[in-house]
Write a protein that binds this ligand. Structure first.
Ligand SMILES: *Cc1c(COP(=O)(O)O)cnc(C)c1O
Length: 359
């Protein structure tokens, strides 16, 4: 882009390494499958592949993302977590060492009916309580037997996902652990994988062979009520925007669409070049940005290109940089103020926001 951006995203590649080291220290000897689905949680899949290059393997959403990684020269094993497959997909996956997740009877039929030049490595997804993709515990015996009989299938791994891992005290975790343990013990699996970031951050007894961290690699906390600082994670992304205008507002003046914010006293405000057109959540209550090290509350409704903040004596001037979230302004706080999670904010950053690599 020829002009200086009004809003930009800084991606600190060093932070990826720090967070990966945190994962390694928790994962003991398990293989680390870095989850870089959804364009690496909005960070850019090419940047994440670079920052996380020392991962043992990767997971992505679908074969298009897997293909992007192979084109970037990524040599590690890649797993696709969810996709609809046809014969072309199976051929590509087999030839490019891409491991497919099998969670639906139609996929087994497809594999049975397809001749392949090379056999596939697959993950069998078992629904131990997530209530989403995967076979139920009582279906595993027949499904495993069918797949195990095929020469098209080279190895079968066991994959499952926790529904309440963000809350370590939730008893549902134990139910899922027990279901998975039963399935794990009954069959001869090549590899087993259960834990995402949140699972890795409690003292789960079931680390298994492969762990699948996502959010913690990007430096956000996976646990309710814990910050990235509590867990010694470093935010990879920092969303920044320019101050467009600074002005004095009288008590009683209204701010933004709907005029539902009324200034209680004479106030200095700054208008910041970031809005829902950049991925800033429109429904926030109590969100804050940081200008010149000063925390500044967001006032009124965010609009498409702008938010308004109380400068609170930050000496904000036109052209200054506001930290919308990231380093020095935890994304978890804006997520909480918007009644959502950091994942949604990260993946919601729009295309017009320029990604800049630092470090
Ligand atoms: C997204 C995803 C992960 C990573 O989850 P985080 O909470 O980001 O660590 C792991 N496993 C599966 C199946 C996923 O879909």
């Amino acid at each position: 882009m020829p002009f200086e951006p009004r809003t930009w995203l800084e991606i600190d590649l060093h932070c990826f390494e720090h967070n990966l080291a945190q994962v390694r220290s928790r994962a003991r000897s398990a293989s680390i499958m870095s989850v870089i689905k959804a364009n690496a949680y909005g960070h850019g899949i090419a940047l994440a592949a670079k920052g996380l290059a020392s991962s043992d393997e990767f997971a992505v959403t679908d074969l298009n993302e897997a293909c992007t990684l192979r084109e970037l020269g990524v040599g590690q094993a890649i797993t696709t977590l969810s996709a609809y497959y046809d014969k072309t997909d199976l051929d590509y996956a087999a030839s490019e060492n891409i491991q497919l997740t099998v969670y639906d009877a139609s996929q087994i039929e497809l594999i049975e009916n397809t001749k392949l030049s090379k056999p596939l490595s697959i993950w069998l997804k078992v629904d131990t309580g997530m209530g989403r993709l995967g076979f139920n515990e009582n279906e595993v015996a027949s499904v495993f037997a069918r797949l195990n009989a095929l020469e098209q299938v080279h190895s079968i791994g066991l994959l499952s996902h926790l529904a309440n891992a963000d809350d370590p005290s939730n008893a549902y975790n134990q139910l899922q652990f027990m279901s998975l343990k039963r399935v794990s013990d009954r069959f001869k699996w090549q590899r087993r994988s259960l834990l995402n970031s949140a699972g890795l951050c409690h003292t789960s007894p079931l680390i298994y062979d492969v762990v699948r961290p996502g959010i913690m690699l990007y430096g956000a906390s996976p646990l309710l009520g814990k910050t990235s600082q509590d867990l010694d994670l470093a935010p990879v992304m920092t969303l920044k925007a320019r101050v467009l205008s600074v002005k004095q507002i009288k008590a009683g003046a209204k701010i933004g669409y709907g005029s539902d914010y009324v200034c209680k006293s004479d106030t200095e405000v700054a208008i910041i070049a970031c809005g829902y057109g950049d991925g800033y959540p429109r429904r926030v209550a109590g969100a804050r940005v940081v200008i010149n090290d000063q925390v500044c509350p967001v006032l009124g409704r965010p609009s498409m290109d702008m938010i308004t903040v109380d400068t609170i004596g930050s000496n904000a001037a036109v052209g200054d940089t506001a930290i919308i979230w990231g380093k020095h302004n935890p994304i978890e706080e804006t997520a909480l103020a918007a009644n959502t999670i950091s994942y949604e904010l990260m993946t919601g950053i729009t295309n017009r926001v320029e990604r800049r690599v630092i470090n």
